[in-house]
Write a protein that binds this ligand. Structure first.
Ligand code: PEP
Ligand code: MG
Length: 544
């Protein structure tokens, strides 16, 4: 067996280095069932479908039972999502109808219905929402009994799973087997639900292996290096030793980082830098806390709407915000709906735009759809009775947008007063600094805002006129461009003069190689990815 080194294997996702035998799961395998049935078989087929739902429900309940003593809420939540898809009356009704009217076999009807759902997802650009299709695929597979393909219970030696894509539910099931030491995914995205969980489990994984997937064959021994992004097929003694050393080194590094959890984050020149968490999904709360986040610097609320795929009621939102804020002692900054751009979803009718990033996005959308905006503000106010909350407005380009929003907030407060409901009467309101017009008029904004949050993802996009999602112009997108720095300096100078707390919450704040430059500019509050909190803290502590 020849040793083969596959350099730049894919995209590194989590963990460090692993040695194991490949277990390859072929998901494209054709399902071997007959396509259609005879009229007299309808009842039998409907019964088979009912039985299949019952069996899948039992499997899910069994998994929930297994998890009963696990305190990882992520897992429970995802399993519950699967259960709600499985028992969705609309989906059930449509499948039964396909069996009755089109005389499809159960398998064909299930495949057809789920394909229809899948097609709806393909037109969606938003990567987070796109990933939700995996939950549907998981349920589909469970219904047509393909799920037994994923039974890893029998694995009794260190194994690396090679699979096209993975659903959060599969990650949950797999990780219980201690012999599963790594995962190679043919597809996948860094921001998917499954990836978030893989990161929180810190399971060694590489994604997007498209061009190298074919070389990974069942049973072969490999070294998977998810730090340096390589795979060695049939490794020699030296490779194995090197990998073992890396695993040891990583353990030491992690233990060192964990020691920083309770350490205050001061630079060497004794400057306090607050490090908060960016949170998109509720399941990240645990990771944020585990890593000692100083509250939440950016709660992107659009993910809650997107996941629900409908407009959440005041009560639903209130419960969601309350649940999150009551888990933090320090403040949680809730950003109002940043709908539009690439973050749109079916429940809201929106006109197709030529340039969505320059269109009906963020606060523009909220001010045009006041009922949706007021519902959200009301829910945030109600939750403010249960923890420290600040309100953050996205995509602001004009001072009037802030004053208008404040008026709506005041009317929400009056409504709650009438209902005798408690809320924080002095709730603070601030804006995202993402658009150059705000930088030009920063002194005026300082008069109407309690705090600023610098969103370098969009500020870079709008300052340099480079689409942040366009791979063709990715070389032109640079958060460290002198023009972006100039904008930051202007904002920080005025913020300091007027005593306005200002934090940096774009992706660059989570980049250990770049963060020093931003600390040099005078940034003293950061909001970062939950998994980067300790790495960034270390950079802060070692900063001059
Ligand atoms: C930003 O623009 O930097 C930001 C944090 O907001 P989002 O990435 O949600 O647009
Ligand atoms: Mg933004």
């Amino acid at each position: 067996m020849t040793r083969t080194l596959i350099k730049s294997a894919g995209q590194t996702l989590a963990g460090c280095c692993a040695i194991g035998k490949i277990h390859k799961i072929n998901q494209s395998q054709e399902f071997n069932a007959k396509k259609n049935i005879d009229k007299q078989e309808i009842e039998k087929e409907l019964k088979k479908f009912e039985d299949s739902i019952t069996k899948a429900n039992q499997d899910i309940d069994k998994t929930l039972l297994h998890l009963a003593d696990s305190d990882d809420e992520n897992f429970h939540k995802i399993i519950k999502v699967h259960k709600s898809i499985l028992n969705d009356p609309e989906i059930k009704k449509d499948i039964a109808q396909l069996i009755q009217t089109k005389l499809h076999s159960m398998e064909t009807a299930i495949n057809k219905k789920f394909l229809e759902i899948e097609e709806k997802f393909t037109s969606i650009k938003n990567p987070y929402l796109k990933e939700r299709i995996k939950d549907y695929k998981f349920v589909k597979d469970s219904l047509i009994s393909k799920s037994n393909l994923f039974d890893l219970k029998k694995i009794s030696e260190p194994t690396i799973l090679v699979i096209e894509e993975i659903s959060p539910g599969q990650v949950i099931n797999f990780h219980k087997n201690k012999n599963l030491v790594g995962i190679c995914l043919k597809h996948g995205s860094r921001t998917s639900h499954a990836s978030i969980i893989l990161k929180s489990l810190n399971l060694t994984s590489i994604i997007q292996l498209e061009k190298n997937y074919q070389f990974l064959e069942e049973g072969a021994q490999i070294v998977l290096n998810a730090i340096e992004n390589y795979i060695i097929l049939n490794p020699n003694k030296d490779d194995l030793q090197k990998c073992e050393k890396e695993i040891e080194a990583e353990k030491i590094k992690e233990a060192e980082l964990r020691k920083l959890i309770d350490k205050p984050s001061f630079t060497k020149s004794k400057k306090r830098i607050k490090i908060r968490a960016n949170i998109d999904f509720e399941e990240e709360v645990q990771v944020a806390q585990k890593n000692g986040a100083h509250g939440v610097g950016l709660l992107r609320t659009e993910m809650f709407y997107i996941e629900k795929n409908s407009l959440p009621s005041v009560k639903e939102q209130f419960q969601y915000y309350k649940k999150i804020v009551s888990q933090f002692q320090n403040s949680v900054i809730i950003r109002t709906l940043d709908f539009g751009g690439d973050k749109s979803f079916g429940a809201i009718d929106s006109v197709k735009e030529e340039n969505p990033n320059l269109g009906m996005r963020g606060i523009r959308f909220s001010l045009k759809n006041r009922e949706i905006f007021a519902t959200q503000l009301e829910a945030i106010l109600m939750a403010s009775a249960f923890g420290k909350i600040k309100i953050l407005l996205p995509m602001v380009s004009k001072v009037q947008e802030v004053t208008e929003s404040k008026k709506i907030l005041e009317s929400c407060k009056k409504k709650l007063d009438k209902e005798n409901l408690p809320y924080d009467k002095n709730i603070k309101i601030g804006i995202m600094i993402e658009i150059p017009s705000v930088v030009f008029l920063i002194e005026e904004f300082a008069e109407v805002c309690d705090f600023f949050s610098i969103g370098t993802n969009d500020l870079t996009q709008y300052t340099l006129a480079v689409d942040r999602n366009n791979q063709q112009v990715k070389e032109h997108y640079d958060e460290c461009d002198p023009a972006v720095f100039c904008a930051l300096k202007t904002v920080l100078k005025v913020a300091k003069q007027k005593n306005i707390p200002t934090s940096l919450c774009g992706e660059i704040a989570s980049n250990p190689e770049k963060i020093d430059k931003f600390l040099d500019l005078g940034v003293d509050e950061l909001s970062v990815n939950t998994s980067s909190i300790l790495t960034i803290k270390k950079k802060v502590i070692n900063h001059k």
